[in-house]
Design a protein around this ligand. Sequence first.
Ligand code: NAI
Ligand SMILES: O=Cc1ccc(S(=O)(=O)O)cc1
Length: 491
Amino acid sequence: MDMQTWLNDHIGKRYGNYIDGEWEEARSNAMTLTNPARRDQILGHFTEGTREDVDRAVKSSYCAWKEWRNVPGPERGSILFRVAEMIEKRADEFAFLVSAEQGKILSESRGEVIRAVKELRFVAGEASRMEGYTLPSEKRNGLAMSFREPVGVIASIVPWNFPLLTPVRKIGPALAYGCTTVLKPSNQTPWCSVKLVELFREAGTPKGVVNLVLGTGREVGEALVMHPHVRGISFTGSTKTGSDINALAGQRMVQSQLEMGGKNPAIVLSYRDAGTIARQIAQAAFTTSGQRCTAISRVIVLQSLADELSEALVGEMSLIKIGPAWESSSTMGPLISDQHRTSVLRNVAAGLNQGARIRYGGRVPEEGELAQGNFLEPTLIENITPENLLANKEIFGPVLSFITVRDSEQAIAVANSVEYGLAASVFTRDVDEALRFVRESESGMVHVNHGTNSEAHMPFGGMKGSGLGAFSIGHSNLEFFTKLKVAYFQG
Ligand SMILES: NC(=O)C1=CN([C@@H]2O[C@H](COP(=O)(O)OP(=O)(O)OC[C@H]3O[C@@H](n4cnc5c(N)ncnc54)[C@H](O)[C@@H]3O)[C@@H](O)[C@H]2O)C=CC1
Ligand SMILES: O=Cc1ccc(S(=O)(=O)O)cc1
């Protein structure tokens, strides 16, 4: 089946919250979700949840946790393996869903689906690895041991750029480590979360272990963060919201795991072939139309290489074809909303006012099919000074800042000069330079000679304004979803 046919069969339905094992009716004031590649197409209608919904959902999760925490790890893991299997079997349908509500092209959506399956399988195995350790006691015939216990109810608050993967990245580890969760998706991409929760139900997850409350950050998100039974907040989104959440959680002595924004650099110090480097940078900058927390948004290049690299980047960018996911020729989709595109354009205009120049792109298509969606050409901007907003602020769109430097020393200083520290790439043929960058980069994830793409079994996170608390995905999740307890035995 193709995406258009699938969409025609599935759009226009109404969806409500999933609380305590029951799907609820969508309320009459439900929010209308439209297709970012075709604003006149209504995808569905989704309840605007309330504080009262949050209260019921959290209480349900709290009740369920008292049972779920005692379910043996391998049994918890087997539910996650089952969900992974089900997503894999319905991979086409999930890719259509991701593309429909997020806008990204189908090959990227398929990549997101595969990644979600891999992460679920990884974390399903983690359910059996909640290790502590045992030491001989100070006393004769004694034992001293530490072990890990699930923290309790987790609020999972997710954004719109990876509408399947990020919910999986929250629900998966929560359940593996014996926690229960209330999921709140972005109200710009609630559909994938609904379909994902349907699978958890189908896979036999006991009632209350996963609840879903749809709605806004102000109403549903804040109520979750403040609920007394919520014992951990796993959040992905903007640095501003993450920091607000952390302040509130801190008052309640509750831990948060925050995955936030980035202004990720690719520093280019030497190469064999400018075209190969440009291809990797363009891929890392423009997939998901630059709306990835790990997108490369700054190229920091030695002056001596700048002309050749800028030419090669323009060459790569001219191959990008913007368009809707259902056109097989499209290689870059729209932005999530018209409002977000306006914010991206406003930031670009402010950067130009500060002296920057557009080298390529930057236009909004105003005619034909493309005018119906939130499209924006991939954009390369040069003549950027260190103070320019485009050198510092997260834009979260298809906008790449081209910055030239004297030497590798200055390159590293510029790379580290922003408030963020999520991902960074270095391109060099010199192993000493590469090692130095790995050591000195103020980023959670450093990539040598490739773009900022991570792997499904490795910890994922950032430093400075990009991340706080335990990294997600890998074994590091144990630190967030469980707490340590020590026991002494005397024989
Ligand atoms: N790091 C990442 O992956 C992402 C970063 N962003 C950045 O954030 C900017 C704004 O995008 P938004 O969608 O508005 O991000 P956001 O950070 O405000 O929203 C993310 C999630 O948090 C919820 N939320 C919002 N305010 C909340 C509050 N006070 N308490 C609890 N939950 C709350 C939202 O409803 C959503 O589910 C983007 O332009 C981009 O720069 C956005 C999405 C993802
Ligand atoms: O938040 C989800 C997320 C962000 C980035 C990537 S990637 O490694 O850059 O593809 C994957 C998942």
